[in-house]
Design a protein around this ligand. Structure first.
Ligand code: ZN
Ligand code: ZN
Length: 262
């Protein structure tokens, strides 16, 4: 039986600088505490029989290396460190590690063997655990989603989470989300969609102010696959024109190339 914990929402203002949750015996979800950085990113560690994949290194404000080393103690696994995408709040801890997959779309494509970016979906085997690696640029040029066949988890990074979905390249984002929804519909069942932040409250359509280090009454991390379908639908409906779209579980938030809200 797989469960999710109550995440540290920052309201106590004290406590550990991160939270570790074993979703199952091979899947670890780490949340960097909001008090260490308002982004409070989620970080994923997926264990196979040969390799462990660390997805993201957080903002760099915690000793993630020590956390990961402890989690992997006694396991003879090659550690691969890659990212959902290259924004600073997901790559900030990179210098703590010896070897990290690069942040550009070119480096990501080369590492995972993607020759037709972004349409091609490739497989990455952790050893008895196959992940589908799905390019989804739009929030960031090198953004990837990861589908884990064994747990039926879909890790969507900053492209879909309960919060403000910042869209830097509208047409790329729309195409990516539609492709991702089609991938799921094509026979890849999803139990939960997992992103890398929480910015929504439990109240439908209501988010916490940008930069908040306290999230009283925070939305849960996991989203149902129906929310991915909903996102694809509202983007398709919006068409070519970037549009802010407020829904119960997410807010589509288009930005200009320089980061200004549109
Ligand atoms: Zn981002
Ligand atoms: Zn982020």
């Amino acid at each position: 039986m797989t469960t999710f914990p109550t995440w540290d929402d920052g309201t106590t203002g004290t406590g550990p600088d991160h939270q570790v949750h074993w979703y199952d015996e091979g899947t670890v979800i780490i949340r960097q505490a909001l008090r260490t950085n308002f982004e409070g990113p989620f970080i994923y560690l997926l264990l196979g029989s040969e390799r462990a994949l660390l997805l993201d290194t957080g903002t760099g404000h915690i000793d993630l290396r020590a956390v990961v080393d402890e989690l992997l103690t006694g396991r003879d696994l090659e550690l691969v460190i890659a990212h959902t995408h290259g924004h600073g709040d997901h790559v900030g801890g990179d210098p703590q590690f010896d070897k990290v997959v690069g942040k550009s779309a070119e480096e990501v494509a080369q590492y995972f063997g993607i020759t037709a970016w972004p349409e091609q979906i490739v497989q990455f085997d952790l050893g008895d655990r196959v992940l589908d690696v799905i390019p989804i640029p739009g929030h960031h040029a090198s953004h990837l989603a990861f589908y884990d066949r064994s747990t039926r988890l879909l890790i969507t990074g900053d492209s879909l989470y309960p919060g403000r979905l910042y869209v830097f390249d509208w047409s790329a984002f729309r195409a990516s989300v539609v492709r991702l929804a089609e991938f799921v519909a094509a026979g890849n069942p999803v139990d939960f969609v997992l992103g890398t932040h929480i910015e929504m409250s439990q109240e439908s359509g209501v988010d916490f102010e940008f930069g908040s280090s306290e999230h009283p009454g925070e939305h849960e991390l996991q989203l149902s696959p129906a929310v991915l379908v909903e996102l694809a639908e509202v983007l398709t409906e919006a068409g070519d024109r970037p549009l802010r779209i407020v829904r119960d579980h997410f807010i589509v938030y288009p930005l200009s190339a320089t980061g200004e809200p549109l």
